[in-house]
Design a protein. Structure first.
Length: 125
């Protein structure tokens, strides 16, 4: 993906680049299924962090090492408490954005699998 990023960056600056590298990257990235995961972490101080990734195991390691986000760096160690898998990263990212808008009570109900409570919390007053 680095090559793809550099290609796009160079186009924005009006530079010429070797398009064959770009085509190789695009063919490689579209030929394999790119799955995405939306996840919720519980931090050491009981705060919740919502994120999305294409590799949950690696991302969790990075969170606990303090490299994945400033928030989890300040509140580590973290524990994976919930995850949803999607066919594409874009779907996982959309779900992440949705969950980040939820209240703490709704997130806790989702983590606990309390569907009826989640429905009740979702009703508009």
């Amino acid at each position: 993906m680095y090559i793809l990023s550099m290609y796009i960056l160079s186009l924005s600056k009006g530079r010429r680049v070797d398009r064959s590298k770009y085509k190789q990257v695009m063919n490689a990235s579209t030929s394999r299924a790119c799955r995405g995961t939306t996840y919720i972490l519980r931090c050491a101080d009981n705060k919740l962090y919502v994120g999305s990734t294409t590799n949950i195991e690696e991302r969790l390691k990075r969170h606990n090492a303090g490299y994945a986000s400033e928030f989890t760096h300040l509140h580590k160690p973290v524990e994976l408490v919930y995850k949803e898998e999607y066919d594409t990263y874009q779907e996982a990212f959309r779900r992440e954005r949705q969950l980040k808008k939820w209240s703490l009570a709704k997130k806790e109900a989702l983590i606990a699998g309390e569907i009826e409570r989640l429905k009740e919390l979702s009703k508009k007053v």
